[in-house]
Write a protein that binds this ligand. Structure first.
Ligand code: PLP
Length: 364
């Protein structure tokens, strides 16, 4: 790992998942090769952006797609599109929203660390009470409402309303629904499900389960809104100009989507279950740790279908063990969920499992 060692940066064994702060995911050699090839010629970036969007939309079986520099950038661009969709002549004035509807309505239970990206467009967030009825939801909508933001991972919190119910109400009121589904893959079927249930735009990270470039993402959905997103995006000189998607990133994401569409999701889940079983079986003999396999008990950490090994250290706190793992050699990062270590196999290779088991055994 010369490039990292040269900088004094230690590579990590990632038992946490497609977490952006540790690198998101790793790209396949085919993706890197596509990016290398893209780097050898000049092209019209407007044309590349448009045609890549068309190709990706066809791959996912959705109406239209716009490549962004990540799901967070997608939030800003999607919000901008919702602000100006009926007044395209006002695109250039953002983030000044004078004369435009500027409210992004969302449920209190869906507020999250990423929703501030909406504010960069100039929109304001209007938060609804803890668990509103559909009537209260309707009453919150006025001619100032530009969009409704729905966080896909909050779908299953008890205070939430279903996307279908919100989709139906907003569609009657003519308010576009934007779904942040950055980390909601697998399953692949989620994307089309959100659109069917009433989403007008769905945001996905390119650098998580799709395993494209880390600075890439997708906005999928309604053709007219996607055209408005494209108008706000790089290389146009709008609010999205600073969220650059270069030719290598666009081509890399196209290749990653092609590979992603062909991936056998059942086989992949089977491999992940095998890894979890191996970790649990090996550590069940350890005197200082209790190990079990499982899926998420509480909603909010995604993707829900991926199995985890849950480990309860008996001599030290889970936080202390996580810190020891991170400081160890090799350095290992794991999730922490409700006082347990959560080992997510999503970014592990089979060769790393014995190392991981040894590291955890030593740290407990
Ligand atoms: C990861 C994530 C994002 C940000 O995605 P990027 O592609 O890193 O910009 C936004 N929203 C949620 C819910 C996420 O999990």
């Amino acid at each position: 790992m010369g490039v990292y060692e040269d900088l004094g940066v230690r590579p990590l064994i990632n038992a946490w998942g497609t977490v952006t702060a540790v690198g998101g995911s790793l790209m396949a050699p085919e993706v890197l090769e596509a990016m290398r090839e893209a780097s050898t010629a000049f092209v019209d970036l407007h044309e590349l952006h448009r045609k890549a969007g068309r190709h990706i939309a066809a791959s996912f079986g959705v109406d239209a797609a716009c490549v962004s520099s990540g799901a967070a950038a997608g939030l800003t661009i999607a919000a901008a599109a919702c602000l100006t969709r009926s007044k395209p002549e006002c695109r250039g004035q953002l983030p000044d929203t004078t004369g435009l509807p500027d409210e992004c309505v969302m449920l209190a239970s869906h507020r999250n660390r990423y929703d501030r990206s909406i504010l960069a467009s100039g929109a304001r967030i209007v938060e609804l009470s803890a668990s509103p009825t559909i009537d209260e939801l309707r009453m919150a909508v006025s001619d100032r409402t530009a969009m409704f933001l729905y966080l896909a991972e909050s779908e299953s919190v008890p205070e939430s309303l279903s996307l279908s119910a919100i989709g139906a109400a907003m569609s009657e009121l003519g308010v576009p629904v934007v779904v942040d589904a950055a980390a909601e893959l697998p399953p692949r079927s989620n994307l089309v499900r959100y659109l069917r249930q009433g989403a007008d735009l769905v945001l996905v990270s390119g650098g998580k389960e799709i395993r494209g470039p880390q600075s890439s993402g997708l906005i999928l959905g309604d053709s007219e809104l996607i055209a408005e997103c494209t108008a706000h995006s790089f290389p146009n000189h709008g609010i999205g100009r600073g969220m650059k998607t270069d030719k290598e990133t666009i081509v890399g994401l196209v290749k990653a989507v092609d590979l992603y569409i062909q991936r056998d999701e059942d086989a992949q889940l089977w491999v992940w279950h095998g890894m979890v079983d191996e970790i649990v079986a090996s550590l069940s003999f350890h005197p200082h740790v209790r190990a079990r396999g499982g899926t998420l008990r509480s909603p909010g950490i995604q993707p829900a279908v991926i199995p985890r090994a849950y480990l309860t250290p008996l001599r030290r706190s889970a936080e202390e063990v996580a810190a020891r793992l991170r400081a160890g050699d090799p350095a290992v990062v794991v999730g922490l969920v409700e006082g347990e270590l959560a080992v997510n196999p999503q970014c592990l290779t089979p060769e790393q499992i014995p190392m991981l088991i040894q590291a955890v055994g030593g740290a407990c």
